[in-house]
Design a protein. Sequence first.
Length: 543
Amino acid sequence: MKYYRIFYILVLSITLSLMAVFPTSPVHAVGEDIALSPNEGEIGDKIDIQGSDFEANSICDIYFSIDKADEDNKIDVEVTTYELLKIVQVNADGDFATDYSFRVPGELTDGKTSEDVHGGDYYVYATYHGTTSIVAAAKFTVIGGEIVIDPEAGQVGTEVEINGKRFGIEQEIIIEYDGDSIAIASGDKETNDKGEFTCTIIIPESTFGDHTITAIDESGNKPEIECSVEPQITIDPTSGAAGRVIKISGTGFEDRSYITITFDGYKISTTSLFLETNGKGSFTGSFVVPSHALSGISKIRASDDSLNSAEAELAVLPGISLDPATSQTSPGYVGMELTIYGTGFLTETPVTITYDKSTVATVTTDEKGNFVTTFIMPPSAAGTHTVTATDGTNTLTSIATMESEAPPIPVPLLPKVADTVEAEAYFDWENVDDPSGITYTLQIGADADFTTIVLEQTGLAQSEYTLKKEEKLQLARTDTTYYWRVKAIDGASNEGKWTNPMLFYAGRSPVEGMPSWILYLWIGLGIALLGIIGFWVFRKIRS
């Protein structure tokens, strides 16, 4: 029996020696063990906890803390920020008596210090009831982080404030917009000692609808929130009279969608003719303030194919405008009818319309000081002309542009080259067409260079001319020639080029112009020749 006692004393001595050399860690005491399922989750999630190898029929306290315990750590000494989760029973086998569970707490309030739970690493500790030494531990990761934004909806370019909490402490923050990193415009770029931050971002170019904002810390927390993008348009300038070109741009519309622009509810043309958004819902273009626009505030609306729309206000200034508008690239022409719109005049008052100081129309304004009337562009030189409307008190102007394209060269018909014409000669050429109307100038010269002009007729309305008696060409010698040419001139004083000089003879043929003795000589020679031929034929017949 004494041998057993000696053996027991020896084993006990060896055990105490080993415990002195290798002390037990309080984070995970020898034997006791706890397991969590799952070992990560969000605040409020239900977590199962199991324990084994505890002292039989004991009672344990379960804690949830952000403090990481080292050897010999105790609750309320090294672990000061915690929440008491459960008091559990241990059965005769050293296991937790039943399947226990707990909810991930949102706050730690039972220790010496308190704080909100945030995303990151936490620890679940077990102590025997009535003691503070940690005998078992398990790591738990809170999938944390929570963000709110203000405003929750806005247009491209809107500043959005992001407030975050329950993130990792003093960790760098990255903000993503639809999965792409976006710059923090202002505010915090890392969390404080409570895992909180406040920063702002600017909504980037993006399409209509919901987009995802994500905040990410170094612990891997990445909560998301939706931000709704709304359409908007801007115009430049924001005021102008009828006929003014206004630039327009839009963001936050549907991607790859055609855009319709309306002016006070009426669809208007734009440049480009078909406005279309890009892949991020943006577009740019321009329009002209319509001629019928009245002074005051007008509504400009842009709508996409899905009827997402936005409005802007345009202050229409007093003025006059012409319809159709004329320009160097799209000029008017003589005889063209122009409609003139006027705003900002005295009410129910006569207005005089002048074109380069010549009156072309009169009209009376309505009860709002507006008017509309028409006039015909009169014959005038190519280029710009001032259209003025005045009621005696108010005088407003606009510009009309007359076309400057020269008419084509006529095709000469009669007389043809080297024709002989009578003294009262007839000249003919093909018609020339021009929107401003055509007159012709005809010249007859004594030489091909027209240094000596025998006759000139201007302002001919028809493409033909017959010389009058008083304009008869002088009968000339047979070696005297004449030349004629013609050109077209339109109602805007644009002159076409001359035709090539056309040679002709006037009054009689070259034979008629010969001296009589030469003519008689030729006649005699002809008679003699005929006699010789006749005699030769007679002899042939006789033989």
